[in-house]
Design a protein around this ligand. Structure first.
Ligand code: SF4
Length: 285
């Protein structure tokens, strides 16, 4: 499908505001579709959790808990033990209970955890506990940026690593690397640390993508952040957001209230739009 843009006028609540801080996922969502960003971050709708989100969250939790253990305890058996203890607790949360019997999702998590021991040796990796899920909170190019970095390692090379579940990124790898590049800029600005390498580990795909940190890419990630903020400020001040039609629309929770997909859609942010979203089971944050 060819990408199509449509400017959509919305109703913004009198007390609506742009988020004070911008994360990579906010930036990525805005780049995917401005109108979807409006629904998620200005009109504050929460999309229902998916099985993929549940699988990713459980996997990240298991990997983090494993790496908080002493090196010699980071075995596959221990990882499975952690999964058996914390997986059910995660799935007991009300919004995730619907995945409690999802065998495909559970298989995907088990596969990701097992593959960790194929793509790297957890017993050999040197990582400080404070470098797991490390928070960045820093002004970059005038934008308040925040992020949580899965892992930062210093083994002769300063490396930022992000774990991913699901498919290999294939030809979209450069877009995915924008995340660790932006984190690398965050380390430089907040901690004056030069990141040497960025890394994405696709656990289910057993694929490790490691690149020398390229300052041009790092700078570009910071510039993209500033562009995103400036464009979102402009959309916000005009109450007009760009709907961008792509294949990803098929997975968007806001299709029924999006004029780019449904010519009869009510005005986003209006009472009719809200009623429609409530009727299909969406909730406010
Ligand atoms: S359906 Fe597509 S164009 Fe409409 S809000 Fe969702 S992602 Fe954007």
């Amino acid at each position: 499908m060819t990408d199509k843009f449509l400017k959509v006028e919305v109703d913004q609540a009198p007390d609506a505001k742009l988020p004070k801080r911008v994360s990579f996922s906010q930036m990525s969502l805005f780049q995917q579709c401005g109108l979807k960003y409006f629904f998620s971050y200005i009109d504050n709708w929460r999309e229902p959790p998916t099985a993929a989100l549940a699988a990713g969250s459980i996997t990240h939790d298991v990997v983090e808990r494993l790496y908080r253990l002493p090196n010699d305890e980071r075995t596959l058996n221990k990882a499975i033990e952690i999964l058996r203890e914390y997986g059910p607790k995660f799935l007991a949360q009300p919004e995730y209970q619907k995945f409690a019997d999802d065998l495909n999702m559970k298989h995907s998590v088990r596969e990701a955890v097992e593959n960790l021991f194929t793509v790297e040796d957890p017993t050999a990796l040197v990582v400080q506990p404070e470098h797991l899920e490390m928070e960045l909170n820093v002004e970059i190019n005038g934008v308040n940026f925040f992020g949580k970095v899965d892992r930062f390692t210093q083994d002769g090379s300063n490396r930022v690593t992000d774990y991913k579940t699901g498919k290999s990124p294939g030809k979209f790898v450069d877009g995915k690397l924008a995340q660790p590049y932006l984190y690398a800029l965050g380390y430089k600005v907040q901690h004056d640390i030069d990141v040497d390498e960025v890394e994405l580990i696709y656990l289910n795909a057993k694929e490790v993508i490691r690149r020398q940190a390229d300052w041009g890419q790092i700078t570009k990630a910071g510039e993209d952040l500033a562009v995103m903020r400036a464009e979102s400020e402009s959309s916000f001040s005009e109450s007009v957001w760009d709907a961008r039609v792509t294949k990803l629309c098929d997975y968007c929770s806001f299709q029924e209230v999006c004029a780019a997909r449904n010519p009869d859609a009510p005005k986003p942010g209006s009472q009719k739009s809200d009623e429609k979203l409530f009727s299909i089971g969406l909730l406010h944050k």
